[in-house]
Ligand binder design. Structure first.
Ligand code: S3P
Length: 431
């Protein structure tokens, strides 16, 4: 593990960044390309550790995938032509790969075994294996297939009517991907609307799907056809620079190519509510996804309350929002976010412990955190817990600390944002 000293000396930030590809959409572009018949070409693919784990799994299933920077070509004869993998499918640190693969493999005609890294082995899989078992899926795994490694014996699945107990796009997507291979119409009802990239991509690959408020209907047996996918930039990656632009004095940043799917834009709503100088320009609609440019400037911020239906729209942004709240006037309350406990690490504990070391006035609650601001921050030795978003939160914090910040594991950032430090260095104003 590579520790890294972050000593930027209280700079200002100026410039324009081209935000790299969306992680959720990149995973799905490979999965859908492998399920579909024909050739799929992907533009703007995120070459991060998580997305490369997805490619590796499908290569082991015999799919012809070639990667040339941000361009990927997938040639498949469809899900029924996959090879039975001779090796274990390794999903690395990626919850999306693990959970969506369980849904896809359940209704395939191959047998396979999935395993992930130490963090994945602790993350709950029951939320997908239990509903998938109701559709007829065969899983064998630790504690009744609650945790990986999990063996999957592909079989013919039945449709079902499922009311989701948690707001999770991974659970919803695993069920929808299984439903595509199942007999009959599957109906999934969400508790709160979570990111809808799977629904959008199903349409993009030619499937018929109906979405009415929180209810989604999909009839099995539909064949997908290979197509071209444009991946928008990841708003969850842009979020680090949105917050940096708002909290670092004398800064102006322009972020281009950002995905603006309304199920993902909670961070923009929060920044606006907190009084940030932020502007959004929608400029295109490609592969069923909105894209645009975001501009942010240093801002005087006020506290806010975040909870309820906005939580799934910013679930991955909560670590960086917590840092933002340390610089806002008043008490920020984040609630209804207990899902943070089952992310790459327990993000309630990780955020609270590490921001406290930097001098923040923050406490954890059962379902979130309370932050009192503004507080000046100081340097410290920060533990990332191997979690990319904790690493990037600390790196952005270091731009306003009175002394250097050290992070224990800088490599983990490549899970979602391999060129994060390169982009950060490019906007540090040297004058
Ligand atoms: C994701 C869904 C979210 C998110 C994760 C990516 C996806 O997880 O936190 O980073 O691509 O579907 P949950 O479904 O567990 O909320």
């Amino acid at each position: 593990m590579l520790s890294k000293v972050l000593n930027y000396g209280q700079p200002s930030l100026k410039g324009t960044l081209q935000i790299p590809g969306d992680k959720s959409v990149s995973h799905r572009s490979i999965m859908f390309g492998a399920i579909a018949k024909g050739t799929t070409t992907v533009e703007g693919f995120l070459q991060s550790d998580d997305c490369l784990a997805t490619i590796d799994c499908f290569s082991k299933l015999g799919i012809d995938i070639s990667v040339d920077g941000e361009n990927v070509k997938i040639i498949s004869e469809g899900i029924n032509a996959w090879n039975e993998p001779k090796e274990i499918l390794y999903t690395g640190n990626s919850g999306t790969t693990t959970r969506l693969m369980l849904g896809i493999l359940a209704g395939s005609n191959v047998s396979s075994v999935l395993i992930g890294d130490d963090s994945i082995q602790k993350r709950p899989m029951k939320r997908v294996t239990e509903p998938l078992k109701q559709m007829g899926a065969n899983f064998i795994g630790r504690e009744n297939a609650q945790y990986t490694p999990i063996a999957v014996e592909g079989t013919k699945l039945q449709s079902m009517n499922y009311k989701m107990p948690v707001a999770s796009a991974q659970v919803k997507s695993a069920i929808l991907l299984a439903a595509l291979q199942a007999e009959g119409e599957t109906v999934v009802t969400e508790v709160e609307t979570s990111r809808d990239h799977t629904e959008k991509m199903l349409q993009h690959f030619g499937a018929e799907i109906t979405v009415e408020d929180k209810t989604i209907r999909l009839t099995g047996g539909q064949e997908l056809t290979g197509t071209h996918v444009v991946v928008p930039g990841d708003i969850s990656s842009a979020a680090f620079f949105l917050v940096a632009g708002a909290i670092v004095p004398n800064s102006t940043l322009t972020l281009k190519n950002v995905g603006l799917n309304p199920t993902r834009t909670g961070i923009i709503e929060v920044l606006e509510k907190m009084g940030a100088n932020i502007k959004t320009e929608f400029d295109s609609y490609k592969s069923h996804e909105e894209m645009g440019t975001l501009m942010v400037e240093s801002s005087s911020l006020k506290s806010t309350e975040i909870g309820g239906e906005i939580i799934p729209k910013l679930i991955d942004e909560i670590p960086i929002i917590a840092l933002l709240a340390t610089q806002a006037h008043g008490t920020t309350i984040i609630k209804d976010a207990e899902e943070l406990k089952v992310k790459e690490t327990n993000r309630i504990d990780a955020v609270v412990n590490e921001l406290k070391k930097l001098g923040a006035n923050i406490i954890s609650t059962e379902d979130g955190m309370i932050i009192e601001g503004p507080t000046p921050l100081q340097g410290a030795e920060i533990k990332t817990y191997g979690d990319h978003r904790i690493g990037m939160m600390a790196a952005i914090a270091s731009l306003i600390t009175s002394s250097p910040v050290t992070i224990d594991n800088a490599e983990c950032i490549s899970v979602s944002y391999p060129n994060f430090f390169e982009q950060l260095n490019s906007v540090i104003d040297k004058v």
